[in-house]
Design a protein around this ligand. Structure first.
Ligand SMILES: *[C@@H]1O[C@H](CO)[C@@H](O)[C@H](O)[C@H]1NC(C)=O
Length: 342
């Protein structure tokens, strides 16, 4: 087994911030494996000059791209090296399947489930825009049935753009301080004898409170504004108040933009004509943990309840999303919840 590309510094930092007992495998095995998987996907994408339909559909009926299939395979391969990952499922194969049988040596009591979207952003990958991987790490042998706020202990966003970066969020029970880290990957180079490594770019990613000079908005599914007056009025409010539009159509880069700029609001509303599209298990729960660990909020676009409050009953649950800086989320909820709209 090749050594993980997560540098000693990253692993050491993870160990220092996870103060809860009995979580060694999280910082030394599961998170490093996911970071390795993200590097493998980044390398594969760089070499994939033809993005084509693979000819199949996933269990949800979405067309699969060749790169979706490759990314799915690479992340699973990375997880297979983790004895504490009991179960994994993904948007491409949304059935919780055994990865590692329960440990025979009881040196570790850690048991995790990983739920991931191997390659998010299929619609913008052909023009080579930035896309991402989304993964949530859950306590136990299933992600279903328990409250995500309690059971999902970590999540990772891999970002494939001109640079390869990753956001890691951690909120381990019994561990007081939620953590949101920004990591950067340095590609191998013979010049400085580097085999490729992850380093910490920011130890403490935080959305700002108060009103910053520049405010950003990302209105997903803007077509829904044609038949939802509240959404149309809200978008108009942002324009009138000179917010800056930053929207690429990729959930991962759009959210990472707000984390890096410390401000933003992302809206993916649900209307009668446009159904909820985002999967709770593979997209909404992991990104909600990232937002919350960075001091922001993430709520369901229909009920306005916290995304992480309601247990999942199955892997196909979907929803809309309003997330970002807490003040902006509250304001958006007030606009979208107005009753006089049709
Ligand atoms: C896609 O963009 C990356 C930089 O973001 C670049 O390294 C790569 O060569 C591009 N691929 C193609 C096929 O143009």
């Amino acid at each position: 087994m090749s050594p993980s590309l997560a540098t000693a510094a990253v692993t050491k930092h993870l160990q220092s911030v996870i103060t809860a007992k009995g979580r060694d495998a999280l910082s030394t095995s599961v998170l490093p494996a996911l970071l390795d998987g993200i590097v493998a996907v980044a390398v594969a994408l760089r070499a994939a000059h033809h993005v084509a339909l693979a000819g199949g559909t996933n269990a949800f009926g979405d067309d699969q791209l060749n790169v979706d299939v490759t990314a799915e395979h690479l992340i699973r391969e990375a997880l297979a090296r983790c004895p504490t990952v009991a179960t994994a499922s993904s948007e491409e194969d949304p059935v919780e399947r055994t990865v590692s049988p329960p440990a025979t040596s009881s040196s570790s009591s850690e048991v995790y489930t990983v739920a991931f979207d191997p390659l998010d952003g299929s619609s913008i990958i052909a023009p080579n825009w930035t896309v991402g991987t989304i993964a949530g790490i859950w306590d136990g042998a299933t992600a279903l049935g328990s409250r995500p706020a309690d059971a999902q202990v970590a999540s990772v966003l891999g970002v494939y753009g001109p640079r390869t970066t990753a956001i890691v969020a951690l909120r381990v029970p019994g561990h007081q301080q939620p953590v949101c880290l920004d990591l950067g990957y340095t590609e191998p180079s013979s010049a400085n004898n580097n085999n490729g490594s992850w380093d910490i770019v920011h130890e403490n990613v935080r959305l700002s409170s108060g009103t910053p000079k520049t405010r950003y908005f990302a209105p997903a599914n803007a077509r829904a504004a044609a038949d939802d007056n509240n959404y149309r009025d809200l978008i108009l409010h942002y324009i009138t108040n000179k917010y800056t539009l930053r929207y690429s159509g990729g959930l991962v880069p759009d959210l990472v933009h707000m984390l890096v700029k410390a401000h933003g609001i992302y809206l993916s509303p649900v209307t009668a004509a446009s159904k909820a599209k985002l999967r709770r298990l593979y997209e909404l729960c992991p990104v909600a943990l990232v937002l919350e660990c960075a001091g922001g909020k993430a709520v369901d676009a229909a009920t306005f309840a916290s995304v992480l409050d309601t247990p999942l009953a199955d892997t196909d649950e979907r929803g809309g999303l309003i997330c970002g800086t807490a003040e902006e989320v509250d304001k958006a909820v007030a606009w979208l919840g107005k009753t006089e709209a049709n």
